[in-house]
Structures are given as C-alpha cells and as structure tokens.
Design a protein around this ligand. Sequence first.
Ligand SMILES: Cc1cc2nc3c(=O)[nH]c(=O)nc-3n(C[C@H](O)[C@H](O)[C@H](O)COP(=O)(O)O)c2cc1C
Length: 200
Amino acid sequence: MKKVLEVIASARGAESFSTKLADHIVSKISEKYDGSSVIKKDIVDSKIPHLNPDILAAFFTPLENQADSIKGLDAFSNKAIKELQEADTIVIAVPFYNFGIPSVLKAYIDHVAVGGKTFKYIDGAPVGLLTGKKVYLAISSGGVYSEGDYKAYDFTEPYLRTVLGFLGMTDVTTFRIEGLNVSALKDRAVEKGLNSVVID
Ligand SMILES: Cc1cc2nc3c(=O)[nH]c(=O)nc-3n(C[C@H](O)[C@H](O)[C@H](O)COP(=O)(O)O)c2cc1C
C-alpha cells in the first residue's frame, strides 16, 4: 500500500489533460497497491505567495521566535513539506506553459525547497532530505517534446528532475500526453498518453 501525494497545477480545471493523466497514474497505483491512500493537492487556488523577505525570514525562524509581522508566513511551506515527507509516492501534474512549468508550480517548489528542512549541505555538498520516494510526472503539452526538433525546448522535465533530485527525489518516471495541438497527433494523443502508463 502506498501513501500518494498528487499535486495538480493546471489552470484549466476539469478540462486539464495533465490532471487526467495524473489521476490515471494514481488509479493505476491504487489498483496495484491495494489500500493506498491519496492526498490530492490542487495548488492553483491555494494563493501561494511569491517569496519575499518576510516569508524567507519566517522559513528560518522557529514559530515561537517569529515577530508578529512574520508569524505564520511559513504555514503553507510547513504543511507542503510535511505532506511530501509523509508520502512515499508523489504524482505531479505538469501543464506545459511557455516551454516551462506553470508559475504556480514554481511557487510551490520555492516553498518546499528550504535549506535545513528538505536539503542541507555536508562538507559543502548538497544532500537532499526527501529520500526513498517515487515520483511520477504527468506532463501535458500542445507540441511534442519527448523527442524530435523541440526536445531541446523542454524546460519542464529536465528542470523538475534537477530540483527534485536536489531534494533527494531521484527516482522519477515521466508520462506524457503530447501533441494536442499537432493535427496529425491530437486525436490519439490522450489515448496514447494514458495507455503508456506502467507502474513499477
Ligand atoms: C499559458 C499557456 C501556455 C502554453 N504554452 C505552451 C508551450 O509553450 N508549448 C506547448 O506545446 N503547449 C503550450 N500550451 C498548451 C498546453 O501545454 C496544453 O494545453 C496542455 O494540455 C496544458 O495542460 P492542461 O491540459 O493540464 O491544462 C500552453 C497553454 C497555456 C494555457
């Protein structure tokens, strides 16, 4: 049985293909691992603030020492980190926006990549603290970026592998619904993406 955290980041609500793919991955995990639990975290409406001096100060100040002006500004971060720590399987829905990830997903990452909490340095070398986890990326895009001429323009998967690895999450598998805006591919893109899902 798995403890799954599913992170949703699409601005298209029920129409979202990255959410559809992430949901499919989660259902395959639940099928394979009976009794799995799932926390579905939609970060689009969570109003994650961009980092600023007050939030950064709160990140690195224990609650009891936080001045009133910064008290609790690390609440979103602490909850999100706890959810990651408690999960053994993380499924991230990744809409492909302007060659990268949506800003809301970047904001989420800025709140969970916190020195001393999810990574630290030992003898000058970074050590990720979110270890022993399996991550699935569910990427949805209008074009095709897994291969071909546009592969070099994919700043979603390489970036996520880098930052997740930095935090200790090195076991990452990617599934894609891609080619949604390519006339020769769009009719089969969803079926092909869903059918590609295989759970370890
Ligand atoms: C703001 C925005 C930016 C986009 N940028 C790209 C892009 O750079 N390349 C691409 O292939 N598709 C792009 N698309 C199309 C999306 O990748 C596609 O609609 C995808 O399915 C979005 O994920 P979702 O269905 O989960 O919302 C963009 C769509 C939006 C709304």
